[in-house]
Design a protein around this ligand. Structure first.
Ligand code: FAD
Length: 287
């Protein structure tokens, strides 16, 4: 690794001021689990890292009210996993954590890092997108709110400017909605997936009022599949409808081939797993 400077500001506003919109060699670092791998591999050689470790404690915490959750960007994934508020208001997140990597990674990886990295294989982006999350992002010129639906722009790409930081994520309470996240791994259960599908459904029995359907890993970015949602909304779930939703999803998604599977394989996975995820959610899934 080449030498680099490390800054450890005490506040988010100070951290933002240390970033440079025109200099990609200056980067924020949170848990470091993704960034350090890139540095060790020589893919990224920073001149300066801005550590977020010492910023205000509120950005490492979880706040809850009847409307939902506020997750500080520096909240660790293990804090999410063990939070009673998360289990009560968004149990889909709690369950997802169990197969997200391993306890060593979850202990240091953060919510902000998991989202800002823009890796389409990660588990948290599709789950938070299906739950309808919104991010608060800060820059020297102020703050803006970004629906997670609009956050990812491509393979490892997001709408974040180089001098913007994620401050927090807001997650609406799951309430009576039923939900499921299914990931298909070609190795162990906690391996990187070939496909991720998250669904959050408002339904009366099998009568679907509204559905949010998100695909990841098989695609260049976590993506809402609105055509599949349109097929499902206002209909009763049966085999024919779920097959139609699978067909619509496959037409809409932009697939990528990688070591975990070819495009035709991933298309078939999506077709099958849309059906299974909706069935799992309607059968109780995670409530
Ligand atoms: C062995 C291993 C196995 C893994 N398995 C899985 C898995 O099964 N599922 C899964 O989902 N993930 C998995 N991961 C990935 C892991 O979830 C990510 O590495 C982690 O979430 C990144 O968070 P971090 O805090 O460590 O980010 P960092 O490495 O610190 O940063 C990642 C990126 O985000 C930027 N960044 C960080 N915080 C902010 C912020 N607040 N605002 C703006 N930009 C920011 C950094 O500049 C960097 O570009 C695995 C990782 C490892 C090492």
């Amino acid at each position: 690794m080449t030498p680099f400077e490390l800054a450890e500001p005490k506040s988010l506003s100070a951290a933002v001021k240390l970033l440079d919109p025109d200099d990609t060699s200056i980067r924020p670092i949170a848990g470091g689990t993704a960034l350090m791998l890139m540095m060790k591999a020589g893919v990224f050689r920073p001149a300066k890292l801005i550590s977020l470790r010492n910023i205000e404690a509120k950005y490492s915490g979880i706040a809850a009210d009847a409307n939902g959750l506020r997750l500080g960007a520096m909240t660790t994934l293990s804090a999410l996993e063990h939070s009673a508020d998360v289990r009560k208001l968004a149990p889909l997140i709690t369950r997802t954590m169990l197969t997200l990597s391993n306890v060593r990674v979850r202990n240091v990886a953060t919510v902000g890092g998991a989202l800002a990295h823009g890796d389409p294989h990660m588990d948290l982006p599709p789950v938070l997108m299906a739950l309808g999350a919104t991010l608060t992002v800060v820059s020297p010129s102020g703050e803006r709110s970004i629906p997670l639906d609009d956050f990812f722009t491509g393979y490892y790409e997001t709408v974040l400017e180089k001098n913007e930081l994620i401050a927090e994520a807001h997650i609406p309470a799951q309430g009576t909605k039923r939900a499921a996240y299914m990931k298909v791994t070609t190795g162990s259960a906690d391996d990187w997936p070939a496909l991720g599908v998250a669904v959050v459904i408002e339904a009366d029995g099998k009568a679907i009022e509204s559905a949010r359907v998100v695909v990841s890993a098989a695609t260049t970015k976590a993506t809402r599949l609105k055509s599949a949602e349109t097929v499902l909304n206002g209909k009763t779930a049966d085999d024919k409808l779920l097959a139609q939703a699978g067909d619509a999803a496959v037409e809409e998604a932009e697939f990528i081939a990688d070591v975990r599977g070819s495009v035709p394989y991933k298309r078939e996975l999506l077709r099958v797993y849309i059906k299974r995820a909706v069935q799992q959610a309607l059968a109780g899934g995670v409530q």
